[in-house]
Design a protein around this ligand. Structure first.
Ligand code: TNX
Length: 468
């Protein structure tokens, strides 16, 4: 019997239990022990009942967790592995002890675990509605429960520009006061953004910043009208595909260079996302010209680029550019070819099929929040029952960097709204990203999900109910 999401690679239970109490203590690697002690509400000692130790593990980010009649021992060759062991241990506790142990009978068990994919992502759109630093930190806390290790922040769109850029200061003046519905807006100062990056890193999450180009740029052009060939005005609606940069203007490339240089300097992680999606107001020739020039400029700032799959229309991408697939589980209109183009140019793929992995899509027709465009609502079962290697022929395990669940926020004004759409479907996506291929079974997942939802309740995280 396993209660953990994502399902671990191997778990062997024996008979009997070990009882963790509030008198139990934690020790081992100081950083990991400190985290686990706070998580369990226990104190540290040199002779611990719960030991988290650096040692060996069989795969990157992997760990072992052993519960014997004498105590608990986690071992990993990385701090991330110990962190994942801690998340697993938390899920073995009764849900009502997720914020502190009173007395918990745990199964005698031996777990060996490591992720299927290196990239296990969620995306938050902070452009359509803005979410402040505390909201983003809360979201980071929540996704870390599921061993998600990348948070992609969609920082710019038609409705707002959300990150301070010193060389183009108007971006966060006129460009940041708007959002969908006319309810305000906002942006992160560089210090605030660094704080998000630092906090995420403390939970082994890499921030992936996205500056979406050349479409989705109305807010940038409101701040600097010379960036657009056509007159623009502030936009607080939910249409897509109407904006474009001035593709043949040198000012545009000065802008790209400055913005990417400053973003690269703010980004300790390896990736920088340049968007490239839904550039419906840019001609094909202009799109290809822009992508070639902009990605070449961006690559000089030392980051691995990511683009939505339309960027694969270009055959002049910097080697190794990562493609993010957002078409359906049955590819629409050339999405398969565009995605394969990244592979031909030496890059791997992140799978985010919109009909199953877009968590801003309604659960069912009665869900108040959310959109329906991606082939109708997405039930919890649909979010679980898909396989990333079965979407684009030619894109299998070896071509995949991982899986990401985007959350667009046209209809989501508060972080509680975001939580409600994310949970529990993010548990499905996280399991697809972590657990071994070929092991998914909805009937076996459902009781684990019920237990996980109990933990969400204990932690005060909003979620869609399983019986709704
Ligand atoms: C498509 S998919 C978009 C976003 C929207 C989203 C709404 C993609 C790369 N772009 O601009 O917010 O649908 O679900």
């Amino acid at each position: 019997m396993t209660t953990v999401i994502p399902a671990p690679v191997r778990r062997i239970d024996s008979s009997g239990t070990f009882t963790l109490t509030r008198e139990s203590t934690v020790g081992g690697d100081p950083a990991a022990a400190g985290y686990v002690a706070v998580m369990l509400g226990l104190s540290i000692s040199d002779d611990p009942t719960v030991e988290f130790a650096l040692g060996s593990s069989s795969a990157p980010e992997g760990y072992t967790l052993r519960i014997t009649s004498a105590g608990i021992r986690a071992e990993a060759d990385s701090a991330a592995g110990l962190f994942y062991a801690a998340q697993t241990l938390r899920q073995l506790l009764p849900a009502d002890q997720a914020t502190g142990v009173t007395s918990a009978a745990l199964p005698i068990t031996e777990i060996e675990d490591y992720p299927r994919f290196a990239y296990r992502g969620a995306m938050l759109d902070v452009a359509r509605h803005f979410f402040g630093v505390d909201d983003v930190k809360k979201f980071i806390d929540n996704i870390a429960l599921l061993k998600v290790n990348h948070l992609h922040l969609h920082l710019t769109d038609d409705q707002g520009w959300r990150i301070q850029i010193d060389s183009w200061p108007e971006l966060t003046k006129a460009g940041a006061t708007t959002e969908v519905g006319g309810t305000g807006g906002g942006f992160y100062s560089k210090d605030q953004y660094r704080e998000i990056v630092r906090y995420a890193a403390s939970l082994f999450i890499t921030i992936v910043p996205e500056i979406d180009l050349p479409g989705h740029t109305n807010a940038a052009s409101v701040a600097y009208p010379e960036l657009s060939d056509i007159p623009v005005s502030p936009y607080e609606g939910v249409e897509v595909g109407f904006s474009s940069l001035a593709i043949r203007s040198e000012t545009t490339y000065t802008f790209v260079d400055d913005v990417i240089r400053e973003m690269a300097a703010l980004t300790p992680g390896p990736y920088l996302h340049l968007g490239g999606d839904e550039s419906l107001a840019t001609t094909d020739d202009d799109f290809l010209y822009f992508i070639e020039r902009a990605t070449a400029i961006a690559a000089t700032h030392g980051k691995t680029l990511i683009g939505w799959h339309e960027m694969g229309r270009s055959t002049a991408l910097p080697a190794g550019t990562v493609g993010q697939y957002w078409s359906f589980t049955t590819p629409q209109e050339g999405a398969d070819e565009h995605t394969l183009s990244f592979v031909r140019q030496g890059g791997p793929i992140i799978m985010s099929p919109a009909d199953v992995a877009y968590l801003d899509i309604k659960y069912d027709a009665s869900t108040e929040l959310g959109l329906t465009w991606a082939d109708g609502p997405t039930s919890i079962a649909e979010s679980y029952e898909w396989e990333p290697t079965a979407i684009v022929p030619g894109i299998g395990e070896a071509q995949l960097l991982g899986v990401e669940a985007p959350i667009w926020t046209e209809t989501l004004a508060t972080i509680a709204d975001v939580e409600y759409m994310a949970f529990p479907r993010l548990a499905s996506i996280a399991e697809i990203a972590w657990s071994p291929a070929g092991t998914r079974d909805l009937d076996e997942f459902t009781p684990r999900l019920e237990r996980f939802v109990g933990m969400l309740d204990a932690l005060g995280i909003q979620h869609h109910r399983l019986d709704e």
